[in-house]
Design a protein around this ligand. Structure first.
Ligand SMILES: Nc1ncnc2c1ncn2[C@@H]1O[C@H](COP(=O)(O)OP(=O)(O)OP(=O)(O)O)[C@@H](O)[C@H]1O
Length: 355
């Protein structure tokens, strides 16, 4: 923290009871949020990086120097103080792991926004890299291994991410030597009640899709195993295996039929036949229909030394495509970018006009 007081975070250690420890951190952090008249007093706001359900993420250059950051803005009109503090605290607690996006102190509040900075990923999120085609074999396995390590770390701290999907994987280089899982907005201690998803989500497991509001489900790490299985499928094929993990979705029915067929067919149905036997075994484990039978994310490591995709083996030049410099986002020119109205209206001016 900037005020020189010791920060209440101990290298990802959430102590004996993660829920109690997280609440203690939230309580301590509440008095340490720095009020600012405008975010522009601390940052030069460069461009919008993305927007989600809860807020916007801006590329920002700290005025005191240092590398550019991704500044997450949660509008005070819609985001609760507790939600903001919890997302910031979880992010700080897990920042020591390279597979989890680092969150930077201090948390800020301006008249219209709660905000905190995270390390900036120059290649954006994984869904942006999957617009036309799946990742080449090498990158695919790099993504799998890093996410397995990240989730294993999170679970060992008693936390469940609960929102593993391509949009939440940030990419630092197009060869995927470093990727990191971000967006800890839904991350909670294991055992916390999870509500039914607001609508059909392709990354949600069957037990969550079956929930009828107001019923809830206790969060378990197996939820993230399922999310990881769906994500690996997406990363390999550039599409989701189903719209929702419920019958009568045809993609889900095909998969569930393959999983439960007795005897097993010699060749799996499409689209699963494009995976190697190693990857089929991995995906069947991560995507087991019953949560208690699901593999832990670390199962990825058992299969990381073998090819995962057999059909449409990619040409070498494609691999090189992904290894190059690519379309990294920079900090732009010297001028501040003009962003949509609504970013910091309290400042009474569009970005690009003030300093
Ligand atoms: N550190 C970062 N570096 C680069 N881009 C980022 C970074 N963080 C977020 N983004 C971009 O902003 C988008 C939204 O970020 P984030 O998922 O944190 O917001 P959200 O409102 O919580 O979204 P969601 O609706 O998925 O919950 C990401 O999908 C990504 O494209």
């Amino acid at each position: 923290m900037e005020n020189g007081e010791q920060e209440p975070f101990e290298d990802g250690d959430l102590e004996e009871d993660p829920a109690l420890a997280l609440q203690r951190l939230v309580d301590l952090t509440a008095s340490r949020v720095t009020p600012v008249r405008t975010l522009r007093s601390c940052y030069r706001l460069v461009q919008e990086l993305g927007a989600g359900t809860y807020g916007r993420v801006l590329l920002a250059q700290p005025r005191r120097g240092g590398p550019p950051v991704a500044l997450k803005l949660l509008p005070r009109a819609s985001a609760s103080w507790a939600t903001f503090l919890r997302e910031f605290c979880v992010g700080r607690c897990v920042s020591s792991h390279p597979g989890l996006l680092s969150t930077l102190a201090p948390p800020l509040q301006s008249p219209r926004h709660y905000a905190f900075a995270q390390e900036f990923a120059p290649c954006g999120d994984l869904s942006g890299m999957l617009e036309n085609r799946g990742l080449p074999e090498l990158q695919l396995r790099r993504v799998g291994v890093q996410l397995a390590g990240a989730l294993d770390f999170l679970h060992s701290r008693g936390l469940v991410h609960a929102d593993v999907k391509p949009d939440n994987v940030l990419v630092f280089d197009r060869a995927c030597r470093r990727i990191a899982l971000g967006d800890f907005g839904l991350t909670r201690p294991e055992g916390c009640p999870a509500p039914a998803p607001p609508g059909p989500l392709p990354s949600a497991p069957p037990e969550l899709c079956l929930l009828q509001p107001p019923d809830t489900l206790a969060l378990r790490p197996e939820l993230d195993s399922w999310g990881l299985g769906v994500l690996l499928f997406c990363a390999a094929t550039a599409c989701f295996p189903w719209s929702v993990a419920l019958a009568p979705d045809p993609g889900f029915e095909t998969f569930a039929g393959w999983l439960t067929a007795c005897p097993q067919p010699a060749v799996p149905p499409q689209p699963w036949a494009q995976f190697s036997l190693a990857a089929q075994t991995l995906l069947r484990g991560l995507l087991a229909l019953e949560p208690e039978k699901r593999s832990r994310p670390a199962a990825v490591l058992d299969w990381a030394g073998e090819p995962w995709v057999v059909v449409g083996a990619r040409a070498e030049e494609e691999e090189e495509d992904f290894g190059g410099g690519g379309e990294e986002k920079g900090t732009g020119g010297e001028e501040e970018a003009s962003l949509d109205e609504g970013s910091e209206e309290e400042e009474g001016a569009q970005m690009g006009t003030g300093s």
